[in-house]
Design a protein around this ligand. Structure first.
Ligand SMILES: [Ca+2]
Length: 345
């Protein structure tokens, strides 16, 4: 039964395929074009395409040339702007150059003026010491304050001026008269100075060194307990600097004292209780109790111990000047003072 049904379906399919589906006949081939007709057609297409491209390109070109024109105008504008800008800058530069040269001129003038002022300061106006003050009509002996001077490198300094003795103008560097100040001091004290400017004092080796850098004269005045006075003067007094241990140099001696006792100390360096620079096995500063240009050890000891009347002739470490009084005679008053060699009262 199943076999009969399958056969029927198969036949139905065959029938359907044979009569329902369109008959498959060999189709009639299309009429072929000739090669010439083909070429013309392709060419037309190409021409059309080319024309379109040309139109496209010329459109682009037009756009480009317009853009170029715009760019060109903008470039020209920019160039013009730059030119005017550079002209403005040039103007400003010229102006600046003018100002600069004006400033340079002014600076030159100022420098010349400063130089002129410096020259004046170093010659006439500078206040070096008491002799400068005397030249400026300060003729009364007493304490003065020397102003600091940047050019000379000197600090403010209080000094005592002797404006009377032998034409005045003396800067006092040492005084002994009251005995209230000990002169048994160390190197640093002698370097910087100590005591009271109106009483007993040492001006300080640094200051004395600085003040003696010009040709300088030293004067030593002395008084004994009997009221007698003597003086000694030395030309070309120089105190070396600290590196040279404040070495003493003295020129020619003059004066009314019997003996040039200080000459024994010429060309010797300074010694203190803490610096034995003397020419002796002994420690002269310790033995003579002062700071001085100890040789081996003394012919004079102007910075020795101050002994009062009664004690004045019993000690070897007093304020002595060998040749006028003995080595154990201590003087009542001493002053050491300096002024420039070329000083004219
Ligand atoms: Ca010694």
């Amino acid at each position: 039964m199943l076999k009969q049904s399958l056969a029927a379906v198969t036949w139905l399919c065959v029938f359907t395929v044979a009569f329902v589906s369109p008959p498959v006949w060999p189709q009639k081939p299309p009429k072929r074009k000739t090669p010439g007709q083909l070429k013309v057609a392709a060419c037309c297409e190409e021409v059309k395409e080319l024309k379109a491209q040309i139109a496209n390109l010329s459109g682009l070109l037009g756009e480009l040339s317009q853009k170029q024109e715009r760019d060109w105008v903008s470039v020209v504008m920019q160039v013009m702007e730059l030119e005017s800008g550079s002209k403005r800058l040039e103007g400003r530069l010229t102006e600046a150059e003018g100002k600069f040269s004006e400033m340079t001129n002014q600076m030159d003038i100022m420098q010349l003026q400063a130089a002129a002022q410096t020259v004046t300061q170093t010659s006439a106006d500078a206040i070096y010491d008491c002799s400068s003050l005397h030249q400026k009509n300060y003729h009364i002996s007493g304490a003065y304050k020397l102003p600091p001077d940047d050019f000379l490198g000197s600090p403010e300094l209080e000094v005592f001026c002797d404006m009377e003795t032998s034409g005045g103008g003396w800067t006092i560097i040492q005084r002994r008269r009251s005995g209230l100040v000990s002169f048994f001091q160390d190197w640093k004290q002698y370097k910087l100075g100590f005591g009271s400017i109106r009483g007993d004092f040492w001006l300080g080796n640094e200051h004395i060194h600085r003040l003696s850098q010009r040709p300088t004269r030293l004067r030593v005045e002395m008084e004994d307990w009997e009221g007698n006075t003597r003086y000694a003067e030395y030309s070309h007094f120089v105190l070396g600097d600290e590196l040279n241990s404040y070495r003493l140099f003295l020129g020619n001696f003059s004066g009314n004292v019997e003996n040039s006792a200080l000459s024994y100390h010429n060309n010797t360096v300074f010694s203190t209780k803490d610096k034995d620079n003397d020419n002796c096995l002994d420690h002269c500063a310790q033995l003579r109790k002062g700071g001085y240009w100890y040789n081996c050890c003394t012919d004079s000891n102007l910075n020795g111990v101050y002994y009062r009347l009664g004690e004045h002739n019993k000690h070897l470490d007093g304020i002595s000047w060998y040749g006028w009084h003995g080595a154990n005679y201590s003087l009542k008053r001493v002053e050491m003072k300096i002024r420039p060699e070329d000083y004219k009262p």
